[in-house]
Design a protein around this ligand. Sequence first.
Ligand code: PGA
Length: 252
Amino acid sequence: MTRIPLIAGNWKMHKTVAEAEEFIAGLLPRVSSVDGVDVALCGPFTALQAMVDSTRGSRVEVYAQTMHWTTHGAYTGEVSAPMLTELDVHGVVLGHSERRELFGETDRELQKKVPAALEAGLRPILCVGETEQERENGDTERKLRHQIQEGLEKVPSERLAEVVLAYEPIWAIGTGLVATPQQAQDAVAFCRALVADRSAEQAQGTRILYGGSVKPDNAAELLALPDVDGALVGGASLEPGPFAKIVDAARA
Ligand code: PGA
């Protein structure tokens, strides 16, 4: 089964509407001729409408960075899936390590959020990954198993391949440290094996991204790994030039 690579830029808490529009105006001409690669920009809620409007008709999809698991209710500050689909947002990042660490997002919540996104027609990118301490203690696989089994538990087996996984070792996020190709390949292959425990067929179709200090100069090596189907890019997604180079590196 061929898996179309996905390059997703995670802007985090960056970019006003004006800045998002300027970025997109700079990016579109640079990626318009790149075939065989899906491109997504994960923006702040306030910029999503403008991002959808200014990418319409292009190959670039727009994702949110989090959402609540219910459709509406007394959840001050939260945003629901129907609020995102109304804007024509395509997908949503779930379980980013910053949301887990800084805002207390739990695997139990993700167990509700992942199927809720799918049911609403949003493509979830479920992020998983170990801390430096966990890697040193030999706990990487235990952590990934726990996060993936919990996060996918309520996803029907026949829909597993609709969930994108992002393996992001926490020690590599925003640090300039990158997993070695062997570390990335091993962890991503392990993630795929965990999906295969539920459905071997779905695991073959599941896209698994690597994230953590992906830059134009290391992207090609990471994207060439047999089980790596794209990248979730933070810092290097803030300027159109470097981000377009990473998209180009994903071209088959
Ligand atoms: P980084 O962030 O590319 O700046 O390391 C990746 C992420 O947090 O998704």
